[in-house]
Design a binder for this molecule. Structure first.
Ligand SMILES: *[C@@H]1O[C@H](CO)[C@@H](O)[C@H](O)[C@H]1NC(C)=O
Length: 351
């Protein structure tokens, strides 16, 4: 009796600290763009990391957490299936079956492989039990018995890849255990932008806006030539309006001009991009498509911007976070270089 009331008291206290779960059920379609975060609070190496997409053969995207692939902000859920509309791919299960633990790969493709079906569900955030979060609960691998779960296991370069662990299974690969994870829907603006490996240069589709979605509108262009944001007070000099792959004809190589890291923001300014790249240890920073910030420590000679006033007209998209400032254009990058400490810091002269 005594013991029972203590337990009841303890659970009442727990309930009081819990988040509020809305009564209205969630739709199995989420059209507002989101990122996916994984949680397993007992596994620090994977907890709270965000899903990246990595371009593979045939336009497929393989799914990773950690320093591999492209941070992806514009996922949607359509009838319980995770979609990345800009790439025309959706999450499926199939292939690379592992004999050791009977797991199968979860990836994204435009082909007809059986889908992974999820159900959005409200839950309390284990990191902050007062906060309500939306989780994608795994329901089934299409045409297979319901159940099982999504897990991640160590892949390469410190990354983990996504797998499906079937129902009724109890096999574990001791050399690389597949860690069960909860998938959490996060608004597209949330979370850090994971730095990506050099492979991103060939894995980033050219000129697709990183955050394009059915609801976002195209950036504004005004076409005032010769205008650029002066960042010399912040220690960055303007080099010009640099072409992305699509603008170099014939194409020199596939990929981004500043391929190392990208950050996308609905409130981007050139200053915010300079500070982001600088803090991430890069000397080149470039803004593009109003809302993208790209960084690298070098770029190809074929991507060197012109020095004519006319060339600046291509970088005429108003920054998503500053009405009076330009942040690149469509496949054009407003390119800046960090000035040497103590040295001169002057923008290129355009004639
Ligand atoms: C974390 O992963 C382990 C190994 O897969 C699993 O046993 C455990 O239930 C997971 N914990 C959570 C909270 O998902």
């Amino acid at each position: 009796m005594h013991r029972k009331s203590a337990v009841l008291l303890a659970s009442a206290a727990l309930v009081a600290a819990q988040c509020t779960i809305p009564e209205t059920p969630l739709s199995d379609t989420i059209s507002a763009p989101f990122r996916l975060q994984v949680q397993n609070s007992s596994r620090a190496e994977v907890h709270d990391k965000y899903m990246n997409l990595f371009l593979a053969g045939g336009g497929d995207r393989h799914l990773f957490i950690g320093p591999v692939g492209d941070p992806t902000f514009d996922l949607t859920l359509i009838d319980g299936v995770i979609n990345w509309v800009p790439g025309g791919v959706r999450a499926v299960i199939g292939g690379e079956f592992s004999e050791v633990d009977h797991t199968t790969k979860l990836f994204m493709t435009g082909r007809g492989d059986p889908r992974a079906i999820f159900e959005p569900t409200y839950a309390c955030n284990p990191d902050d039990p007062t906060e309500t979060q939306v989780e994608l609960r795994f329901i089934t691998w299409q045409n297979q018995p319901a159940g099982g779960y999504i897990c991640v296991r160590h892949a390469f370069d410190g990354s983990h890849e996504f797998r499906y662990y079937p129902p009724g299974n109890d096999l574990i690969d001791v050399s690389r255990e597949c860690i069960q994870v909860t998938l959490v829907v996060r608004p597209s603006g949330s979370g850090p932008v994971t730095s990506t490996t050099g492979s991103v240069s060939s894995s980033t589709p050219t000129s697709t806006p990183i955050t394009s979605s059915t609801t976002s509108t195209a950036p504004t262009s005004t076409g005032t030539p010769g205008a650029f944001a002066d960042m010399t007070p912040l220690g960055f000099r303007f080099l010009g309006c640099a072409p992305e792959e699509r603008r170099v004809v014939p194409s020199d190589f596939p990929g981004r001009t500043l391929p190392s890291v990208v950050w996308s923001s609905g409130t981007l300014t050139n200053a915010a991009c300079m500070s982001f790249c600088s803090n991430a240890g890069y000397i080149y920073a470039g803004t593009e498509w109003s809302r993208e910030c790209w960084c690298a420590n070098s770029y190809a000679a074929t991507r060197q911007p012109a020095t004519t006033v006319a060339s600046l007209a291509n970088c005429n998209f108003v920054c998503s976070g500053a009405a009076g400032e330009y942040c690149g254009g469509d496949a054009w990058l407003s390119l800046y270089e960090k000035c040497e400490v103590g040295g001169p810091c002057e923008n290129v002269v355009f004639t």
